[in-house]
Design a protein around this ligand. Structure first.
Ligand code: AMP
Length: 573
């Protein structure tokens, strides 16, 4: 069997295989297309792609000519996307006409059109938009094949179909020689304040780290079939769908669909179909699938599985045990991999077959990584204890800078505790030395593994002209891990009603993306503030979970606000 990528479409009847030989040809062709559009070493290319082969080809084509890809998850809104295009000053954008996710249709090109219009209004012109004609070649969930591409408006002189350009391109492209420290790609991640951060990874260090962690953490062997269900739009997709597997010449599965279509056993039927040996997914997916009857799992032959991975957020022991027992039949290793966009690859993880597992613990550092727990005063905690999770020494895959903003890089990650890389997470070390990541210690939320800042949601809510002030906190959620609980203070005379709620939710969807939609929005005539005017989120977090154990409220300017908010929690809270 040749090394290949198995492409599994949204619909189970839609699948194909791409060998590495063919992949190289496609990459060279598209690299030549990019060159013909004037793209050269160091230029940024914006990418807004679904989980299709052209997504992988685009990233590798950029790498081949030394261009810096900046892929934005195709669930972000046009506003978020335009902000990112402008920040990295991309002149070329690569996308697809649209995609089906289960029975939902996403009009990607139209989102890109809106994003490009917004860029133009702000003085930045995207010169070329290359569009994969995808909808016409896949089975739609209704079973009717339609060539939707015909209906996509294409702007003369700017927009081109991928297929037309590829048809004329040469399949040989000599690679650009790169220095180890030359940039490979950038990927935006939310910052706890203000604009998203363009995390920059380099060619040598990132690749060696992606390759090494992939090989050891998944124990990949040449006859294996590896499958990571993440989206290519996140760092997990970059490192463990594209670069890590490719650098190991791994055979892997690229999946365009969702776990619930056409039925709730899709993951397990794909594992059986390709005899997957390593399966890598997120706790939020596991928790969503746990809700269904065991038979959805049991009806499939999962005996090929050897290693099961988890990524994106802490995995609760209940989900871990379900994964271990029902999916892994108590014979697979589970690797709970802790890492971040910034770390490039796994930094804390058990090694399969070598590390005795504890459900919910990311265990120990990967080779060369030196984790440390610090107390508030910056003192290292030895032995058992809990504190800030930081790293004492760099490793090859650590990001090198934030695009165009090295100062922010230093202040965000290295200034709180000089001499250490600060993850923004807390962790506990148990008596056996195992590390347990406890979650974010800054104002960040992790909704289904999507990281976002409370500040960015608050600023969107206050854009609404009926809202005077907003405060957002994370509330635990049984499937998503965390969800958004928002407190809003309306301006005088504004009415807090269903209409306002709908408008606020819509605004967040439009400005950030559907995944950021708040679960709860509470009317807060006043917010609990200190005398200096600082909102006490600690108290809001208690109100969100209806825990009256709020602790010391003596620093509040008006402590009656707290009781009022407890009394008026909405019915869906
Ligand atoms: P991102 O940069 O979007 O990949 O998000 C990174 C964040 O996700 C980390 O800072 C953690 O808060 C969380 N995270 C990722 N993997 C794990 C894990 N295995 N256990 C606990 N938290 C995790």
């Amino acid at each position: 069997m040749f090394t290949s990528i198995f492409r599994e479409g949204n619909h189970p009847d839609d699948y194909s295989r791409l060998t590495y030989k063919k992949l190289l040809e496609e990459v060279c062709k598209f690299a030549n297309v990019l060159k013909s559009k004037g793209i050269k070493k160091g230029d940024r290319v914006a990418v807004y792609m679904p989980m299709i082969l052209e997504g992988v080809v685009t990233l590798l084509a950029c790498a081949r000519i030394g261009a810096v890809h900046s892929l934005v998850f195709a669930g972000f809104s046009s506003d978020s996307f335009s902000e990112r295009i402008m920040d990295c000053q991309a002149r070329v954008l690569v996308t697809a006409d649209g995609v089906w996710r289960g029975e939902k249709h996403l009009a990607l090109k139209s989102i890109c059109d809106q994003a490009m219009d917004k860029c133009a209004k702000n003085g930045h012109n995207v010169e070329h938009c290359i569009v994969v004609s995808h909808l016409g070649r896949v089975t739609s969930p209704t079973g009717v094949q339609q060539n939707q591409s015909n209906k996509i408006p294409m702007r003369e002189g700017r927009d081109c179909w991928w297929q037309d350009l590829i048809a004329e391109a040469s399949s040989s492209c000599y690679p650009e020689w790169m220095q180890a420290e030359d940039p490979l790609f950038m990927l935006y991640t939310s910052g706890s304040t203000g604009k998203p951060k363009g995390v920059l990874h380099t060619t040598g260090g990132y690749m060696i780290y992606a390759a090494t962690t992939f090989k050891y953490v998944f124990d990949y062997k040449p006859s294996d079939v590896y499958w990571c269900t993440a989206d290519i739009g996140w760092i997990t997709g970059h490192t463990y769908i594209v670069y890590g597997p490719l650098a190991n010449a791994a055979t892997s599965v690229l999946f365009e669909g969702i776990p619930f279509y056409p039925d709730n056993d899709r993951f397990w039927s794909v594992v059986q179909k390709y005899k997957v040996t390593q399966f890598y997914t997120a706790p939020t997916a596991i928790r969503a699938l746990m809700k269904f009857q065991d038979d959805f799992v049991l009806r499939h032959n999962l005996s090929s599985l050897r290693v099961l991975g988890s990524v994106g957020e802490p995995i609760n022991p209940e989900a871990w045990l379900w994964y271990y027992k029902l999916v892994g039949k108590e014979r697979c290793s589970i690797v709970d991999t802790f890492w971040q966009t910034e770390t490039g690859g796994h930094v804390l993880t058990p090694l399969p077959g070598a590390t005795p597992m504890k459900p919910g613990s990311a265990a120990f550092p990967f080779f060369g990584v030196q984790p440390v727990l610090l107390d508030e005063s910056g003192r290292e905690i030895e032995g058992e204890g809990e504190g800030y999770l930081v790293f004492k020494r760099p490793w090859p895959g650590i990001m090198r800078t934030l695009f165009n903003n090295h100062d922010r890089y230093e202040t965000t990650y290295f200034s709180k505790f000089p001499g250490y890389y600060c993850t923004g997470d807390g962790a506990r070390r148990d008596g056996d030395g195992y590390l347990w990541v406890t979650g974010r210690v800054d104002d960040m939320l992790n909704v289904s593994g999507h990281l976002m800042s409370t500040a960015e949601v608050e600023s969107v809510l206050t854009e609404h002209n009926a809202i005077a002030e907003a405060a957002v906190v994370a509330k635990p959620h049984p499937v998503k891990g965390e969800c958004l609980y928002c407190f809003v203070t309306t301006i005088d005379h504004a009415v807090f009603d269903e209409k306002l709620l709908t408008e606020l939710k819509k605004l967040v969807r439009e400005r950030i993306g559907p995944f950021a939609q708040p679960d709860v929005i509470q009317n807060a005539p006043a917010l609990p503030k200190t005398r200096s005017g600082k909102i006490m989120r600690r108290i809001l977090r208690k109100i969100a979970v209806n825990d009256r154990n709020v602790g010391d409220v003596s620093t509040l300017a008006d402590s009656t606000v707290v009781e009022q908010l407890f009394a008026t929690r909405p019915a869906n809270a």
